[in-house]
Write a protein that binds this ligand. Sequence first.
Ligand code: ADP
Ligand code: ASP
Ligand code: MG
Length: 406
Amino acid sequence: MALIVQKYGGTSVADIDRIRSVAEKVIRVHDAGNDVVVVLSAMAGVTNRLIQMAHEITGDPNSRELDVLLATGEQTTVSLFCIMLESMGCPAISLLGFQASIMTNTAFGRARISEINADRIQDLLKQRKVAVVAGFQGRDQEGNITTLGRGGSDTSAVAIAAALKADMCEIYTDVAGVYTTDPNLCDKARKLHRISYDEMLEMASLGAKVLQIRAVEFAKKFGVPLQVRSSFTEEEGTMIVDEEKDMERLLVSGVAYSREEARITVTNVPDRPGIASRIFAPVAEAGIVVDMIIQNTRKSGLTDVTFTVPKADYQKAMSIQKEVAESIGAEEVLGDENIAKVSVIGVGMRSHSGVAAQMFTALAEENINIIMISTSEIKVSCIIEEKDTELAVRVLHSVFGLDAAA
Ligand code: ADP
Ligand code: ASP
Ligand code: MG
């Protein structure tokens, strides 16, 4: 008999009928003699609606209170789910993040899990109860409710699985696994049977929201057996595994995209030591994560500095830069929210050159303008205009030989 952690995303618990069919699934696994911990997201759309309501009051809602608000989404689903399980004769107890001792730091809205004391969950399992834990939330040292960032229920599930040394952590979602690219954008996407932690980390960090990046980091660090699969079918999903010697080392194994970034350019910056720090230190102090950076010094001795930030932090970053520009004598600050990042990922790139050039040629042939480029050992990313996202993803998917056979 096994200890299994199952996480169900928003679409899997979107209404009472879906909650019923997930409950039936859970009962089957529990009745077979397994210990089951269920981690749930809020019903599809609920987190967005709560955020929107807070923003109807102010553009910059208090971050502590926003987390109290957002945590209600998951509170709703765990209670409904336990009412459902109990009504079907299956003993179950819901636990909010703090009740499950999911301890985090105090970074509201993007808190990190520091520790989980799994005693309470273990007690429930010993009593043969299903433990139903609210995903996405925890508590800090002072007892404040915190949330883990969008998609954070994945991380809750993997962290709980690590704390319990579970035999398997299953992420149930609205697609049948991890694909070569988003199957909702590209109908030629292929389901992968296995993907390495490192490739999955890149895919997640470059926008493939099928798994939150922190979840993959946890799984890799603690060796949690992790699987992504559909909550609507019995189809085999995708296993996230250590890179194995016999693993097929495709040059490119996936294409990811993100529309979640915005670009900022500070023009005609005087070129002298310390300038980059003057530009980026205040951004970092505001807790804003900068992704790509380009700096071009011209013959005139003036520099343009361009960088990208999450769209959610765009307004804040723009106003910081306007002040910085004035204080360092730069000319102006330009911004663009209509950009996207497309990336190709593959561990095979470690030992091959030419992927970047092939990517640029493929985009050029479709007349897609590349605004920024960044590369690492196992990925190449380009910032392009947002309107070109879908075309770029499809073209790259096809050029790198990933299209499913017709
Ligand atoms: P959940 O609510 O279950 O957590 P998410 O919407 O967070 O679901 O994640 C699942 C979605 O991730 C899919 O519907 C799909 O559109 C998107 N996605 C993006 N890239 C990929 C990929 N490479 N493979 C599978 N799904 C992907
Ligand atoms: N409900 C949260 C969100 O929408 C967490 C999650 O679904 O994983 O981001
Ligand atoms: Mg998700």
